[in-house]
Write a protein that binds this ligand. Sequence first.
Ligand SMILES: Cc1cc2nc3c(=O)[nH]c(=O)nc-3n(C[C@H](O)[C@H](O)[C@H](O)COP(=O)(O)OP(=O)(O)OC[C@H]3O[C@@H](n4cnc5c(N)ncnc54)[C@H](O)[C@@H]3O)c2cc1C
Length: 410
Amino acid sequence: MPDVLVIGGGVAGLFCAYYLRTAGATVTVVERGPIGGPQSCSHGNTGFVGTQGSAPLAEPGVPAMGLRWLLNPSSPFFVKLRPDPALIAWLWRFRRLCTAPAAAATSRVLLDMKQRSLAILRDLCGPGTLTADGMVIAYRTPEGFDRARRTVPQLSSYGVPLRELSPGELSELEPGVEFDISGALYNEEGAYLRVPEFLGELADRLAGMGVELLESTEVLGFETAGRQVRRVRTSRGDLRAGEIVVAAGAWSAAIARRLGLRLMLQPAKGYTITLKNPGGAPRRPVLLSEGKVAITPLGDRLRLGGTLELSGMSTTISPRRVEGILRTVRAHLPALSPAATMETWSGLRPCTPDSLPYIGRASGNVSLACGHGHIGLGLAPAGGRLLAQLLTGAAPDLDPEPFSYRRRPV
Ligand SMILES: Cc1cc2nc3c(=O)[nH]c(=O)nc-3n(C[C@H](O)[C@H](O)[C@H](O)COP(=O)(O)OP(=O)(O)OC[C@H]3O[C@@H](n4cnc5c(N)ncnc54)[C@H](O)[C@@H]3O)c2cc1C
């Protein structure tokens, strides 16, 4: 069994470590911050892991909508246009993928991975960490609701349990919560993880299994011989490993570049706002579909998440985008009482143009587990299992080709 060094202690790296160790490998995780810390995109997100939301970012209509949103400083989408060849290449590829056939094909792959991941999470997590009692996808406009309804037969045929709810039926499901919407879909398999607590629990489990977790240890470079990495230079000395897995989220592109690998990966900043004890809050997770805002109930807290900003590696919080999220929430939930904001956080989603992660060997003894984009919690469990199968020579339980570093560009 190989001796593996995983770079990055976010959800992607931890699930690789979990399945590699389960298969008998010796595993070390190197994380530059604390595991589950706010530097990681896995820290403060909205935690949705159910079978909803398997659509890629590149869909028909997105370029036109994106252009409109570009002019609005509080919109859910923003590209900071700059003469960066990597960004231009990424946008070019993304644009070409905004077709119905490409989106449908990718959606099937993502849904399959999300279904497998949800099954893994159901086995692994206790009820305090994973809540799996359904979610609501709400539509403010009749046109938005009509469009969504038309997708229900196909999604149902793929095993996503969706049913339509009128505003009145939603009130019965969420008594005491005032929604200003045209209609909603209800997914009884809606589920969410409580983060960052989930990461802490997973890290404890890994430590108990014998995985070495090196926190506050930054990978600075590599000593290579041909395509093989001999040593990994870190802020706390050199490390040796038989196999290297780059699972460093949005930082993976820079790390891979040092190894001669070119990833199509852009950081896409998003925000969450965590409120303390707001009145009139839903008890179930809700996706405000047209406004691209997710709402997660966390006991006496409510987390609101949204925005996708292609503005480089900065995590600076823009008050206008935060206000945009709050405005969207107020428009859908007019009676939500004002509450104290406990935390405003931003994270960098590691996004590929096709919304598919890179999983598998890229060159020599270097493998990738990065690019999980906007649904990394929902993809990482099955992705980590696939990576471990590929590295340990076990038969992969899903086709690795869509996740290959060398996958054919559209
Ligand atoms: C606002 C928001 C809401 C979201 N909501 C959801 C959701 O509801 N459901 C869902 O599935 N996904 C969601 N996501 C996406 C999800 O959070 C990401 O896909 C996922 O966290 C990516 O995990 P990762 O492990 O690849 O990256 P990260 O969690 O960022 O982990 C990478 C780690 O690598 C470490 N690292 C980087 N460089 C080095 C180095 N040189 N040496 C050592 N360590 C290094 C970093 O410190 C970091 O901890 C959301 C994201 C955002 C921003």
